[in-house]
Design a protein around this ligand. Structure first.
Ligand code: SF4
Length: 102
């Protein structure tokens, strides 16, 4: 009975499905390994600073966007909240306090 079923199926379809599944499994394993071993570690300060910046991405600070200034601040290349020309008031004070404590 099983042979009859196999005979009725076109085996090339079965092989194609098996090959596609095998390729999917291999690529999934490669992606998991790449994620584990090739991961780029980012400074966690950058994310914190980026969340405190206004997010206008205007470029007035001389960087291509808020992310650029956040990276410079995380690397301590820039330690003044006033480098951002948009941030004001309490947000500016909060950012400056964070930069001073780093
Ligand atoms: S000036 Fe401020 S808001 Fe504008 S890009 Fe720079 S960090 Fe972002």
């Amino acid at each position: 009975m099983f042979n009859n079923l196999l005979d009725s199926l076109n085996l090339s379809y079965v092989y194609a499905v098996i090959i596609v599944l095998a390729i999917g499994v291999v690529l999934g394993i490669l992606l998991a390994l790449a994620n584990k071993y090739l991961k780029v570690e980012e400074d966690p300060h950058k994310e914190d600073i980026l969340n405190m910046l206004p997010g206008a991405n205007c470029g007035a600070c001389g960087f291509p966007g808020c992310s650029g200034l956040a990276e410079a601040m995380a690397k301590k290349e820039c330690s003044k909240a006033e480098a951002c020309k948009v941030i004001r008031g309490e947000a500016k004070d909060k950012l400056q306090s964070y930069l001073d404590e780093m």
